[in-house]
Ligand binder design. Structure first.
Ligand code: CU1
Length: 146
């Protein structure tokens, strides 16, 4: 009994130390994210991001990812990503404008990435969006690094 409680206590502590650098967002079959803003403190050297696709449609029909770029790079990155195809998660390979991205997932799936913030500036104008063809116009929001 006691070791089990001690282990739970440790798990809580380690989660607490990292919680503010962990973000998560849901995406649906209705082509929507669950939030318009994702925010992490600029003290985070690394950010862990989880995407949950709460719908049921397959990735080929209603796939979603999360791509983080400067806000001014959304359109060119999304446009060039479209022709890269699902096999490349709709991201042009080695696109240096992409600061972080998850893979494309379908309904019922989740994916988690951890990325470095070394290329981000505190207070910079960043956004997150879905690069699945046609989705970025609606599926986007602010990524705050403040
Ligand atoms: Cu999407």
């Amino acid at each position: 009994m006691f070791p089990r409680i001690a282990a739970l206590g440790l798990a809580t502590l380690s989660l607490g130390a990292q919680a503010n650098c962990n973000i998560s967002v849901d995406a649906t079959d209705a082509m929507k994210y669950s939030s318009n803003t994702l925010s992490v403190p600029s003290s985070c050297k690394e950010v862990t991001l989880t995407l949950n696709h709460t719908g049921s449609l397959p990735a080929a029909a209603m796939g979603h990812n999360v791509v983080i770029t400067k806000t001014s790079d959304i359109q060119p990155v999304a446009t060039e990503g479209m022709s890269a195809g699902l096999a490349n998660n709709y991201i042009k390979p080695n696109d240096s404008r992409v600061l972080a991205h998850t893979k494309v997932i379908g309904g019922g799936e989740s994916t988690t990435i951890t990325f470095s913030t070394a290329n981000m500036k505190a207070g910079g104008d960043y956004s997150f969006f879905c690069s699945f063809p046609g989705h970025w116009a609606i599926m986007k929001g602010k990524f705050e690094f403040i």
